[in-house]
Design a protein around this ligand. Sequence first.
Ligand SMILES: Cc1cc2nc3c(=O)[nH]c(=O)nc-3n(C[C@H](O)[C@H](O)[C@H](O)COP(=O)(O)OP(=O)(O)OC[C@H]3O[C@@H](n4cnc5c(N)ncnc54)[C@H](O)[C@@H]3O)c2cc1C
Length: 200
Amino acid sequence: MKVELTNYTDSPVESAGRAAGICYDKEEKEDYASFIKGIVGRGHESVIEHVVFTFRVEDVSRALTHQLVRHRLASYSQRSQRYVDEGEFGYVVPPSIQESQEAEAKFKEAMDYALDRYDELKAMNVPKEDARFVLPNACHTRIVVTMNARSLRNFLKVRMEKHAQWEIRQLAQRMYDLVYAVAPPLFEDLRTLRDSGSES
Ligand SMILES: Cc1cc2nc3c(=O)[nH]c(=O)nc-3n(C[C@H](O)[C@H](O)[C@H](O)COP(=O)(O)OP(=O)(O)OC[C@H]3O[C@@H](n4cnc5c(N)ncnc54)[C@H](O)[C@@H]3O)c2cc1C
């Protein structure tokens, strides 16, 4: 899994602080960080919608992105299986399968089988958009995601939580680390949740 923070609102904490400040006719602040932490703590989260983050995510499974795109308050652009050839696709091997040589061999057999059938269907002039129906959930994909800070906080809360599926949890932890590095006050309160899980 590769995760990059490719773009975000300039001076995110100050931007959110200035937006919040307009509500109280006090846009200039000495300490935007404490102000924003207080505002977020009180649940006045609409002010952080003015801050957006864009991530480029690569080498994750289609099983992950199916869960990711359920988060409706976001924008997505994903590599197309209709237009892009998936011959020689890469795939994610879940840790529970990696633990057993026998399971891993079976898994690889299934991937190879899917790839062979995909190639054969294309050779029979079946369009890529139809041949892809034999491709597995494990298939690698890449996706660009843009979320505002409020929606991102919602995503992080549910996807860093221990009930979240391991791969999307790993993604959420990586995304957290990237945004925490540039805007700690917007995400400080989720630190414990981030650290509660297994390492990404
Ligand atoms: C551990 C876990 C297990 C899951 N299991 C399943 C499963 O088995 N099956 C399944 O289908 N999904 C499952 N999901 C997906 C889950 O139900 C949500 O679809 C997903 O997490 C997106 O969350 P969201 O709606 O809060 O996000 P967003 O779509 O980004 O929405 C953000 C927030 O906006 C508000 N909102 C958005 N749309 C509406 C609306 N129409 N009406 C009212 N308020 C709205 C809500 O407050 C929402 O929290 C699971 C999620 C998790 C974390």
